[in-house]
Design a protein around this ligand. Sequence first.
Ligand SMILES: [Zn+2]
Ligand SMILES: [Zn+2]
Length: 378
Amino acid sequence: MTQKERLIIGEGKISGYLSIFLAILCLGATISAYFPEYLTTADFRELYKPNYIKFTFLIVLTLSFGFALASFILSKKTKLGFFAILLIGTSILLASGLPAYQEIDSKSFTIGLDWLLLDILISAVIFIPIELFLPKKPEQTKFHEEWKTDLVYFIISHLLIQITGVLVQLPAALAFSNIGLATFQESIQGIWFIPQLFLALFVSDLFQWSGHYIFHKIPYLWRFHAVHHSTKDIDWLAGSRTHFVDMIAVRAISFLPLYVFGFSASVFTTYIIIVSIQAVLAHANTRINFGFFRYVFVTPQYHHWHHSDDPKAYDKNFAIHFPFIDMMFGTYYPIGKAWPESTGLGDVKFPKGFVRQFIFPFVKNPVDNNTIDDPSNR
Ligand SMILES: [Zn+2]
Ligand SMILES: [Zn+2]
């Protein structure tokens, strides 16, 4: 999308897209309510109180309707409001036919449609305004060339949350379930909340650093990780672009110390929330630099340098929580006030689209497609 095609305030398109986005969420929520045993995440179900769900559904539906009206009022030309009204009507019709509350029998395989809808709503509410009002690259639009590919990654990784959860935890369970950790874990759980949380973030980032480093340094593994680095327009959604092999392996490695230490439930939940937010924030297209805290915690600026296509920053800033881990291992790139000029794989030609990017690493080395990038730099 060129500069001219950017969304302009007052044309009814922004409200139209917002309306369609919210209407799709409502439709998705209605569909998951029809098949909760297959389309909702077993661990989340007890959090869903029927009254809260109904209330949230009505709020989102009303907002969607309001944006559709705004779109109609602002422009007679755009049909976006019309599509949104169709979606809203379908959601209401379907929702009115929903059976009264019933017991859900748990199936062994579920699709995380609920998790997808919730996380995309929360992430969009937090990150779209940040990127809109405080962008690092104002010229980069939401609808850059590859946003649809990134959205596919986001959707698939969320729908498959159950299976990825099992795969990520499997190596730790296989390796450590029988080694008698109870006394050690009790002493860990006895630590105060804040130091215990810091310890959880530190040990998992230490292991994440190692996994991430290996994926950069071993040429066969780099093929998979190159998918994540192939994005030229980094934003909150682009952070989802990770090959399945890379995602499972690095998450499983990061999970090993968490399993062994057996942190308390409250620390573990807080850890999951921090990881989820920081991973998305690190990729966001925002100039917020967090002042002094950028030397303590990984920020967008820190991680954007990891994605830089400037050879001087190759294989630097692997940490995802604490920059001092990179300092410990000599892989710290001093961020100062500067930002990378551009990100991506330089002149390496990389396939576009989810399916091509999924197959590519199994059959080809991206450096074979390289024109000027020296493979020894990786
Ligand atoms: Zn990397
Ligand atoms: Zn990244």
